[in-house]
Design a protein around this ligand. Sequence first.
Ligand SMILES: [Zn+2]
Length: 182
Amino acid sequence: MRVAISIGHYPESPGAKSASGKDEHALVAPVAGFLIRYLHEAGVEAHLVPTGRLGAKVDWVNRGSGVAFDLALELHGNADPDEDGHGSPVADGCETLYCTGSVSGERYAESIQSVMARRLGARDRGAKAARFYWLRKTVCPAVIVEPVFIDSAQGEEIISSNPAAVADAISRGVLASIHPGG
Ligand SMILES: [Zn+2]
């Protein structure tokens, strides 16, 4: 199995802000390193997608890498904008997104989501269909993994203090998708 691992966003446009004001891209990056290591140790060929704009990342997955990927996995940190401005409580838990209508994407997302939620002891927000560019434009099945809400102090603490545990939970979910019940 060959998996492309992308770190969401890029340094010049780093995504959401964490509870303590850190950038999403920087907070999520260490998870990618552990995830690639754990997948390699389990015999899965995992490649880090070069940092860049989303279109360039998708082109790399589809053509530029020269690798025929089975799964394109992008890591993000979730955020819950306070849209009404009344300081509503920040959401928590983990979720995994797949492309609306993709049967194989849904299968990967369900597997990753259920294992990740159990391993992290996090609220299971479920595997959800979505239409984001990463999900629609990659030729292979794709998922977006959101292990925590980085704008909650608790979520930021989990991903910043133990990125290896987050990566372990995600890698076990990927492995469960190729060895169901194993
Ligand atoms: Zn993001």
